[in-house]
Design a protein around this ligand. Structure first.
Ligand SMILES: Nc1ncnc2c1ncn2[C@@H]1O[C@H](COP(=O)(O)OP(=O)(O)O)[C@@H](O)[C@H]1O
Ligand SMILES: [Mg+2]
Ligand SMILES: [Zn+2]
Length: 555
């Protein structure tokens, strides 16, 4: 047998086969039983819900010679002739292709004639909203004074496009989206009939993706069968639909609600590694939040999209963690992200950035603040071990602060060649200034933070500065020393541009205008505080040579 699409092969043949539309079929059967037929009917509803099928069944039911409880028998001469399309009294036209005035005029001329062998002459006009304005007018004329034997059955997915004058002459029936559970049951019956095994979960996923349209579900089922003739399994469906596993979507939604940036990134990575498209993932995620919104605002799990009833229950729990406002915000942000991702050269990076931003903004602080917080936290963790690494205690007794003072003097000497300044007495006094100590403490404690801030400004500068160590603070000038082996570093650090940048970062960090200076650390012994003027002299001589440094005794 040649392959016939499942949705064609399994077209409902009697009213009782039209699933999920009992409100329509019950009334129609009743009208047939009571011989209370109107002249015009309009079936509206989304695609694939049974409009055309119901129209066809109705055309037989009104003419059947051997009606069963309102259903056509499908066996009598009339039923069979309609089924094999040889009955001249049942005319089906597709308004999409016959939408002109001429077509309807022709129809108008023909309707005058009595049916050849059936009780009713039936016109089924499918997609009736496609008729031209002229054609609608011509149709209206016929509907105004229909002959006794005439029956019009109109079907449309867009009833709002039909003129009110036509609508008012029709009995209207709205076909509903079909419940997932009903769709699943129908697919099970069909699978059993065509001898195909199935995973219940797979059928649920198909139903969830068909948005209440039976035809869509059966088309997906058909594609699955052609893809894998042995069994309808979950993975096949996922692959065919290109959708993202619902559990992944739910997980992502959960992580977003919990603002778990790290695991969100891991999940995005996993999903993309499976070859899923970012826009499909975002689409699913948006629908997921949309469903939460429906759950929260209507307090029910009706009208949810793409999920089964079990999944809806699960989603209900998740949605209790989040407010309506937040959901709306997430939907907006994800929708923008989806749009932008479609245009982006690197959608993945864009998605990741958007997610991070979205999760931070929702927490009401900006990214810089977040980074600072992280740095502070890391700092707190590192603090003890960091303090241990420092060769000097965070708070230094006054006696120990001489050495940086001398170093400072050296630099000044270098600049001014003023040998008078080789006496450190004055600076020692000013270094006892409390705020210098506070600055010293703050820099020692916040060193890692400062380095990270420098890195944000200039990664190269951070690489240089991290090799230095705070030596002391004098008159709000922080002096950093480098090991002599880092000559390149000290030269680079002392470049005005770099020095200025570092000064800015430090000042910003301390909230205090603080100058910075970089010096070369003396060999091992110089880390010990200098006790005497002679030590200082020796130090200076070794640095500048005897010709430059002259020791002047006070008395
Ligand atoms: N309510 C329904 N019950 C069972 N099958 C349905 C139903 N609606 C649609 N189908 C399936 O989808 C196919 C197309 O349905 P159709 O009646 O043409 O939908 P519509 O005209 O609303 O787009 C049918 O052949 C049948 O396989
Ligand atoms: Mg149709
Ligand atoms: Zn019959």
């Amino acid at each position: 047998m040649s392959h016939q699409a499942i949705y064609r092969k399994f077209r409902p043949k009697i009213f009782d086969d039209v699933l999920g539309q009992e409100h329509v079929t019950r009334t129609l059967k009743n009208q047939i039983l009571t011989d209370n037929i109107a002249h015009a009917y309009l079936f509206s509803g989304i695609r694939g819900t049974g409009k055309t099928s119901t129209a066809k069944i109705f055309s037989r039911a009104v003419n059947c010679l051997n009606n069963h409880d309102g259903n056509p028998c499908n066996e009598c001469e009339i039923c069979r002739s309609i089924l094999d399309e040889t009955n001249m009294d049942v005319i089906e036209m597709d308004a999409a292709s016959n939408n002109g005035v001429e077509d309807i005029r022709e129809l108008r001329d023909k309707v005058k004639f009595l049916p050849v062998k059936s009780k009713y002459k039936v016109y089924i006009i499918d997609e009736v909203h496609m008729l031209s304005k002229g054609a609608f007018n011509a149709l209206l004329k016929t509907l105004e004074e229909p002959p006794e034997h005439l029956l019009f059955i109109l079907a449309t997915t867009e009833p709002q496009k039909i003129p009110a004058t036509i609508l008012s002459r029709c009995q209207r029936f709205d076909l509903k989206r079909i419940k997932s559970s009903v769709i699943v049951e129908n697919m099970k019956t069909i699978c059993n009939e065509i001898n195909i095994e199935y995973d219940e979960k797979a059928l649920k996923l198909i139903a969830a993706n068909s948005e209440g349209a039976m035809r869509d579900a059966l088309s997906i089922l058909d594609r699955c069968v052609s893809f894998n003739e042995d069994k309808i399994d979950y993975d096949t469906v996922i692959n065919l639909l290109g959708t993202v596993n619902y559990q992944s979507v739910l997980k992502a939604a959960n992580l977003i609600i919990d603002r778990d940036i790290k695991n969100s990134m891991v999940l995005v990575d996993d999903i993309l590694n499976l070859g899923k498209e970012i826009s499909i993932f975002l689409d699913e995620l948006i629908i997921c939040f949309r469903n939460m919104l429906i759950i929260k605002t209507t307090n029910s799990t009706d009208n949810l999209m793409r999920i089964s009833e079990e999944e809806a229950e699960e989603l209900k729990k998740v949605s209790s963690k989040i407010s309506v406002d937040e959901i709306v915000k997430f939907i907006e942000e994800l929708s923008t992200a989806q749009l932008e991702c479609k245009r982006a050269l690197n959608p993945r990076v864009l998605l990741e950035t958007k997610l991070i931003k979205m999760l931070n903004v929702s927490k009401n602080f900006n990214i810089d603040e977040l980074i600072n917080r992280i740095i502070m936290l890391e700092n707190n963790i590192n603090n003890n071990s960091f303090a241990e690494k420092q060769s000097k205690p965070a708070k230094r007794p006054a006696a120990e602060i001489e050495k940086p003072v001398f170093n400072e003097v050296k630099i000044q000497n270098q600049a001014t060649e003023n040998k008078e300044n080789s006496k450190p007495v004055k600076e020692v006094k000013s270094f006892e200034n409390k705020s210098d100590e506070a600055i010293y403490d703050a820099i020692i404690k916040g060193w890692q933070t400062i380095l990270k801030k420098v890195r944000i400004e200039n990664a190269g500068l951070q690489a240089i500065i991290r090799e230095s160590k705070l030596d002391g603070v004098i008159n709000k000038k922080a002096v950093f020393e480098f090991d002599p082996k880092f000559t390149f570093h000290i030269n680079a650090a002392n470049q005005p541009k770099n020095k200025q940048k570092f000064k800015e970062v430090i000042s910003d960090f301390l909230n205090e205008d603080c100058e910075v200076e970089f010096i070369i650390k003396k060999e091992e012994k110089s880390t010990k505080p200098k006790q005497t003027i002679d030590d200082v002299y020796a130090d200076l001589v070794s640095e500048f040579g005897e010709e430059i440094v002259e020791l002047k005794q006070e008395d």
